[in-house]
Design a protein around this ligand. Structure first.
Ligand SMILES: Cc1ncc(COP(=O)(O)O)c(C=O)c1O
Length: 322
């Protein structure tokens, strides 16, 4: 295996904790959680592992500016801004939506880290503005590095290949790993890690906003490219991608009773915070799969917490009432 350059700023290994009170309340599978909401770098989350590889790649290319894009409350962008501050890059973020009068949550933090923000009204124009911003920055000699959406390039996905290695080294072998999947980097990384580090259970992504067919194709392609970076493509070519898109019909970032209930149950039974967009939805799906007996009562299910907790404090969600 050839391992690309990596920085070491994540707080690893993240803890695995049992969820006894929530498991008893739900009366189904035995639940555990892996605390990637505590990976460090500005409140943690799944981008920390990805950014260890992405920032190393940017440094190796001699970049001076990190450019990325996402939703107005993007967790990814908040962590890119924090990594820029920490490693001395300038940072430009292209965010979708209308600029709020008062920044809150992730957006407040983006500004605190000194990121320059460019707003685009709708997602359809985002790629185009991102590309223009990159080209302009290059022309001005700012040496930009484009951090892909959600950090989900093969380089970023390496973070979760080694996340799986970490889990195996912790000696914990759940029957299922469940997490929220969107741009697919976490999913692809765990899939590659499953093959390389011989995890025998199942890796199930609960879709946040994409349909199952798209996820299966996209994650498989990303997994193969990620494995190729490690010179291990052959060991991943038959990997199966499991994705469930039953819980994302309301649309990205739309808070429904599914997310609300999951947030309340994790808070009340375990003192653990979920976010309204990603982990609330993924946990809501997992809870439904426990209630409908998709998971057997004697199975161990690991909820891989992917972070996002700052969004709990976004004005949008306080106004809607979490
Ligand atoms: C908190 C959180 N969980 C899950 C995801 C989805 O991860 P991925 O983009 O690797 O599919 C994201 C992506 O932004 C996120 O912020």
């Amino acid at each position: 295996m050839r391992i690309p350059a990596r920085l070491n700023f994540a707080h690893l290994p993240t803890r695995i904790e049992p969820l006894p009170r929530l498991s008893a309340h739900l009366g189904g599978a035995e639940l555990y959680i892996k605390r990637d909401d505590q990976t460090g770098l500005a409140f943690g989350g799944n981008k920390t592992r990805k950014l260890e590889f992405l920032v190393a790649e940017a440094q190796a290319q001699g970049a001076k500016t990190l450019i990325s894009a996402g939703a107005g409350q993007s967790n990814h962008c908040r962590q890119v801004a924090a990594a820029s501050a920490r490693y001395g890059f300038a940072c430009t973020l292209i965010l979708t939506g209308d600029e709020p009068k008062r920044p809150s949550a992730n957006l407040l933090l983006d500004k605190l880290f000194g990121a320059q923000i460019i707003w685009v009204a709708d997602r359809a124009n985002r790629d185009c503005v991102l590309q223009e911003t990159y080209t302009r920055s290059q022309a001005h000699g700012e040496k930009p590095y484009l951090v892909p959406y959600g950090g989900s390039s093969p380089t970023g996905a390496l973070g979760y290949v080694f996340g799986m290695e970490e889990l195996m080294k912790q000696g914990f072998h759940p029957d299922w790993i469940v997490f929220g999947t969107s741009s697919g980097g976490t999913h692809a990384g765990l899939t590659v890690g499953k093959e390389l580090f011989t995890y025998k259970g199942q890796v199930l992504g609960i879709s946040i906003d994409e349909d199952e067919a798209w996820l299966k194709t996209h994650v498989k392609a990303l997994a193969l490219k990620t494995a190729a970076l490690l010179n291990e493509k052959d060991r991943v070519k038959d990997a199966e991608i499991l994705a469930n898109d039953a819980y994302c019909q309301a649309g990205y970032g739309v808070l429904t009773d599914l997310e609300r209930e999951a947030i309340h149950l994790f808070a009340k039974y375990e003192g653990i915070l979920l976010d309204p967009v990603y982990t609330g939805r993924a946990a809501g799906g997992m809870i439904d799969l426990i209630r409908t007996r998709f998971f057997k009562a004697d199975e161990k299910v690991l909820f891989w917490h992917t972070g996002g907790t700052p969004s709990l404090f976004a004005d949008k969600y306080s106004a809607e009432g979490i």
